[in-house]
Design a protein around this ligand. Structure first.
Ligand code: PHE
Length: 500
C-alpha cells in the first residue's frame, strides 16, 4: 500500500477516499499508512470533514426484510383482516407498521365493520427500504428524509474525514527507514554519511531504572539518625525485640497493676514465657522502691545514699510478673538497661543516647495506629538537667527536621515527672497530632540503678511513622506501613524532599 501511495503522489495530488476505492484499499488502513508517511515528511495531508450516516440494527433489518409498514401491509388480506390477527402476525413491528400505513393511507380502519383493517391500494413502493439501502452505499437522500430516518432510529450520524495528499518536503518514491542508532557497521562501511537518522526525542522520559527504592520510613530514619549523630548522641543496641517485663516495666517504676501490662495492650511471649536473668541486687532495690519508695542504698556512684523521699506503690512487688517475656512495647526498655550499665561504672559520666527501632503494641488498628511501629528515642543523662533543657533539646531536634510548630502538653508517665506530650500541626489531617512523648526520668527509676542524687535524665520518644506521615503528607498509616502498602508508593515517592 505504501509503494502505491508514493507512486500515486509522485504523479500528482491524491484524494484518499477515491484512491482507496479505486485501489481496493480499506480507507482506514490507508489513513494509517499516510500518517506514518506524514511523520517522515514524505507526504503532506489536508483533512476534509464529511457528514456521513450509517444504518442502525433496525435500519439493517429494514434493508433485508422491508420497512415495518411494508411488512405489515403484506400481512393484510384482500378481504380485510382483524387488528388482533395483524398484531399477532407482525409482533413487535405491528404498532409502528400500522401507524405508518395509516399515515401513508396504505390501509384504513373500518369502524362500521368493528374496526376491521382494509387495504386502500393494491401496490405500494417501500421508499424507506430504498433510501436505507442507498445510505448503506454512501448515497444520502435529501435532508428532510434523513431527518425522518434519524427520528425513527433507522440511521445514525457517522461523520468521517478524507484527506487531500501532496508530496511532502522529504518526498521520495521509495521509503527508506530512518535509523535510530548508529552502528559499528555503518561507521566501518561509511554508510553513516548517507543514512537517514531519526531526530532525538528530548521529551522521552527514559527507561525506568530497575533499581530498589528506599521506603520513606527508611529515608526519614536515616535523617533522624544523622540529626542525633550531629548532636553528639550514641546509638543504643536495640537489635532484639523480646524483652522481660522487668526492663520494659519494673525498672521504669511502672506499677505491676498498670493496665499497660494487660494482654489487651501487650504481646506476651508464650515460649519461653519467662526469663532467668535479672540482676539480683538491683532487682531487690527495684522491689523495695515499688513497695516502699525508699530504696535503701545507691550504687558505686552513690555511697552515701539518701532516701528518695517517695512512698512507692505500697503494694507487694512480685517477681513472677517481672520475669514474663514480651515483645517490647517501647525502646525505653533499652534505655533503662543502658542507664543501669552506666550507673555501674565507678565514676559517673554524662551521656547522650539514641535509638530508632521497632516496638509492638496490641492496638486496635486505625488511621493513626498500628500494632507495630518504629520508635525513636533520645535521652541525655547529666548532673542537674531541668525541664528547660528537655524542651530546648526537643525544639532543636524537631527544627533540624524542618518541623517548627511544636507544642507541649502535660501528661502522665509512670517513669517520668514532669511529663509532656509533643504535638505538631498536620496539614493533611488539619489538626495537631501527637508526635511524641517526653519527660524527666523519676528518681524512683534512677536511684535504684545507683546514680547519685544530682544526676537527672531527660528523655523523649516518638514514632518514626508520624513525622514521616507529616513530611510525606500521608493521611493513613496503613498506606505507609504494613501489608496494605501499595508497592507503587515506594517507587513513586520523591527521591528527596525539597523543603522551602
Ligand atoms: N516510652 C514512651 C512511649 O512509649 C516514650 C518516652 C520516652 C516518654 C522517654 C518519656 C521519656 O511513648
Amino acid at each position: 500500500m505504501e509503494g502505491a501511495v508514493l507512486a500515486a503522489v509522485g504523479q500528482g495530488d491524491v484524494e484518499s477516499l477515491s484512491f482507496a476505492n479505486a485501489q481496493g484499499f480499506d480507507h482506514q488502513a490507508l489513513i494509517g499508512v499516510l500518517k506514518s508517511l506524514l511523520a517522515d515528511g514524505y507526504v503532506q495531508m489536508e483533512a476534509v470533514d464529511h457528514e456521513g450516516w450509517k444504518l442502525t440494527e433496525e435500519g439493517e433489518a429494514c434493508v433485508s426484510k422491508g420497512s415495518p409498514e411494508a411488512q405489515v401491509f403484506a400481512l393484510v388480506k384482500q378481504e380485510g383482516s382483524d387488528k388482533d390477527e395483524i398484531e399477532k402476525l407482525a409482533g413487535a413491528l405491528a404498532k409502528v407498521g400500522l401507524s405508518q400505513c395509516m399515515q401513508s393511507k396504505w390501509l384504513r380502519v373500518d369502524k362500521a365493520q368493528g374496526g376491521k383493517i382494509f387495504k386502500e391500494t393494491d401496490k405500494i413502493e417501500d421508499l424507506v427500504q430504498k433510501q436505507l439501502s442507498d445510505v448503506k452505499n454512501g448515497v444520502f437522500p435529501p435532508k428532510a428524509d434523513l431527518d425522518k430516518l434519524k427520528k425513527r432510529k433507522l440511521i445514525t450520524a457517522a461523520n468521517y474525514k478524507t484527506y487531500n495528499i501532496k508530496k511532502g518536503p522529504d518526498y521520495a518514491p521509495v521509503r527508506t527507514k530512518a535509523a535510530a542508532d548508529i552502528t559499528a557497521e555503518m561507521i566501518a562501511d561509511g554508510s553513516w554519511k548517507t543514512q537517514k537518522f531519526k531526530p532525538y526525542n528530548f521529551d522521552a522520559l527514559g527507561q525506568d531504572a530497575c533499581a530498589g527504592r528506599l521506603h520513606p520510613l527508611l529515608k526519614v530514619r536515616a535523617q533522624f539518625r544523622e540529626i542525633f549523630l550531629e548532636m553528639g548522641f550514641e546509638e543504643m543496641p536495640t537489635n532484639r525485640f523480646v524483652e522481660t517485663s522487668f526492663w520494659n516495666f519494673d525498672a521504669l517504676f511502672q506499677p505491676q497493676a498498670h493496665p499497660a501490662r494487660d494482654m489487651q495492650d501487650t504481646f506476651f511471649i508464650k515460649d519461653p514465657s519467662t526469663t532467668l536473668r535479672i540482676p539480683q541486687e538491683y532487682m531487690e532495690k527495684v522491689k523495695s522502691t515499688h513497695e516502699k519508695g525508699d530504696c535503701v542504698t545507691g550504687g558505686p556512684q552513690d555511697p552515701l545514699a539518701t532516701p528518695i523521699g517517695s512512698l512507692g506503690y505500697r503494694n507487694t512487688w512480685n517477681i513472677v510478673e517481672a520475669e514474663k517475656n514480651l515483645l517490647r512495647t517501647h525502646t525505653t526498655a533499652i534505655s533503662a538497661q543502658m542507664l543501669y550499665k552506666l550507673a555501674q561504672m565507678d565514676k559517673f559520666e554524662p551521656k547522650k543516647f539514641f535509638s530508632i527501632d521497632r516496638v509492638f503494641r496490641n492496638e486496635t488498628l486505625d488511621a493513626t495506629h498500628l500494632a507495630e511501629f518504629h520508635q525513636i528515642e533520645g535521652l541525655v543523662v547529666d548532673r542537674n538537667l531541668a525541664l528547660g533543657d528537655l524542651m530546648g533539646m526537643i525544639q532543636a531536634f524537631f527544627e533540624k527536621l524542618g518541623l517548627k510548630d511544636i507544642r507541649f502538653k502535660p501528661t502522665y508517665n509512670p517513669y517520668t515527672e514532669p511529663s509532656m506530650e509533643i504535638f505538631h500541626w498536620h496539614e493533611g489531617l488539619n489538626k495537631y497530632v501527637e508526635v511524641g512523648n517526653s519527660g524527666m526520668f523519676r528518681p524512683e527509676m534512677l536511684r535504684p540503678m545507683g546514680f547519685p542524687e544530682d544526676v537527672t535524665c531527660i528523655a523523649w520518644g516518638l514514632s518514626l511513622e508520624r513525622p514521616t506521615m507529616i513530611l510525606y503528607k500521608i493521611d493513613n498509616i496503613r498506606d505507609l506501613f504494613g501489608h496494605k502498602v501499595d508497592l507503587h508508593m515506594i517507587k513513586t515517592n520523591p527521591i528527596c524532599r525539597l523543603v522551602k
